[in-house]
Design a protein around this ligand. Structure first.
Ligand SMILES: Nc1ncnc2c1ncn2[C@@H]1O[C@H](COP(=O)(O)OP(=O)(O)OP(=O)(O)O)[C@@H](O)[C@H]1O
Ligand SMILES: [Mg+2]
Length: 248
């Protein structure tokens, strides 16, 4: 049976008078990768950012409901929500500190015991395959890592506070094929432990890693479902057109 972790009900988001998301109703399955696809400007990033309320930091106004394990996220302390629903952006954001200090930043902020920090660093760097590459250089400035390594560090850092859901907004768009493959393989591993929601422009990427796909256009969900069904047999004419356009 499907286990649902996150559910939106008539989610609407606007920036000032401009309505961006128009009644989004959907479900996200636990330990699955859901890819959100759709044309530029259709509201994918806005949707992703609404799932942990970061959209409000950008001036977005949210209406409707989002339930995380049956609790309305509007009723949760913001800190708990941001801990449970972590986010990674298109360009890796590493802090201008050492790799080690990047990794302990959030746990320390949340009051983690000092003696546990080392283990947290090692465990989460291992999850992203970065540990062997950096174990002898943990004091090195994180900004000296390669782009692909920085993106893996950003993901590892997001894991340090034990999120349940990870949101990724085009995490590979600035990376080459090898680094993209690294991240994709890592996400396939991570989904055993986390629920992953990823925005991507890359249909081949969605095909390689996603269980479920949501196709959006003009602030609405046009079609969604299992990735094989969506890619092989899209029902809606707009989905068909978009897939055709993106494949050519
Ligand atoms: N902070 C903001 N203030 C006002 N309008 C915004 C803001 N952020 C986004 N928008 C508008 O909301 C709409 C949706 O933007 P969004 O970034 O969600 O699209 P997207 O699907 O992620 O596009 P892309 O594929 O290009 O990243 C666009 O018209 C954009 O101009
Ligand atoms: Mg976007």
């Amino acid at each position: 049976m499907k286990e649902i972790v996150l559910k939106t009900e008539d989610l609407c988001v606007s920036y000032g008078q401009k309505k961006i998301l128009k009644k989004i109703n959907t479900l996200f399955e636990k330990n699955k990768i859901t890819a959100i696809i759709g044309p530029s400007g259709c509201g994918k990033s806005t949707f992703l950012k609404s799932l942990n309320r970061t959209v409000e930091e950008y001036g977005g106004n949210m209406e409707g409901k989002i339930h995380l394990n049956n609790v309305n996220i509007m009723d949760m302390p913001l800190q708990n929500l941001r801990k449970s629903v972590g986010m990674v952006f298109q360009l890796p954001i590493v802090f201008p500190f050492s790799i080690y200090n990047n990794m302990i930043y959030a746990p320390k902020y949340f009051g983690e015991k000092k003696e546990k920090l080392n283990d947290i660093v090692i465990k989460n760097l291992k999850k992203t395959g970065l540990y062997d590459e950096v174990k002898d250089n943990l004091k090195m400035m994180a900004t000296k890592l390669s782009g692909g390594q920085q993106q893996r560090l950003a993901i590892a850092r997001c894991l340090t506070v034990n999120p349940e859901i990870i949101l990724l907004d085009e995490p590979c768009s600035a990376l080459d094929i090898k680094n993209t493959a690294n991240i994709e393989n890592m996400l396939l591993e991570l989904k055993n432990e986390y629920t992953i929601i990823i925005v991507t422009h890359n249909l081949s990427q969605a095909k390689r890693i996603a269980d479920n796909v949501i196709f959006m256009d003009e602030g609405q969900i046009i079609e969604e479902g299992n990735q094989n069904e969506m890619f092989d047999n899209p029902v809606n004419v707009r989905t068909k057109e978009y897939l055709m356009y993106m494949r050519n």
